[in-house]
Ligand binder design. Sequence first.
Ligand SMILES: Cc1ncc(COP(=O)(O)O)c(C=O)c1O
Length: 327
Amino acid sequence: MASNETPFPALPQVQAAVLGALGGLNRYPDMFAADLVADIGRFHEWPDDGVVVGNGSTTLIEKVLQAVVTPSGEVIMAWRSFEAYPIAVQAVGGVCVQVPLTRDGGHDLRAIARAVTPRTRAILLCSPNNPTGVSITHAELAAFLDEVPDSIPVLLDEAYIDFVEMDDAIDSRALLPQHRNLIVLRTFSKAYGLAGLRCGYALCSVDMATGLRAVLTPFGVNSLVQIAARAALNSRPDVIARVATIKAERERLLAAVAAQGWDIPRSQSNFLWFEFSDHSLRFEQLCNEEKIVVRRFGDEGVRVSIAEPSGSVRLLRALERFRAERG
Ligand SMILES: Cc1ncc(COP(=O)(O)O)c(C=O)c1O
């Protein structure tokens, strides 16, 4: 319960597709993953020229930053957010500008817009945000994109989009045609259950996509990944059914956590965030004693992924013990 994976094994049809492709491993993969790109383009009703697939969405984030960040160029992000962001910015010689989350664990888009300077090279948004699980609304994002100069690339990382269930949820596809600086990032690692294979994709303007493709490692997305991602995308009803199970478990857990008296952010994702500051280590120990592995971020808090119901039982037991200890 530490890496926001899905507890379900890869779908049987995905496993079968991968097994069926093993005999072709002597061949290089399709460098442009044309069939997968076409399936993604069809799924989103977006031109294939504006779709770029990569070896996990983390790679795409790194590559976009590599393409746009100049030495000491600034990249604005909410904080705390996905831990890979600052590493990726530093790796390309950029400077992180971290804008604190709101009290409820959401992005402070006004403060992010105010943080823009002539040195800003990119803005990273994460919705739902890892690790708080809080989502930006469509209206908030639309207003933000109208305000930010369109010369600044805005990366919208929607790794957990399939778990969102709220009014005014972001429809990033609807915003793409008006904002040529918007790059939407998706992954097959979460809802699709292919974290071990490494596949993500970007949707953006054709210009952006051309630039991004130019910096990608040739043959980066291997043939088994391409086959598996297509099979998963084309099994969308099965994927949605599994996501529904996780969402139901999340709602059950959120209610049980609230019933114990904890006030935690309203997660729209497949994980919960417990901001236990310098008690985080103790809570992690209690989780480990209950035989679950969770993700602690120093003395800020602990993120726990939604897994099987037996994992939820253990989490609730750890929380109960934690409360009892703290009196
Ligand atoms: C916000 C966010 N973006 C991207 C990723 C990574 O996705 P991928 O496995 O496609 O690299 C994660 C994984 O934890 C994540 O939390």
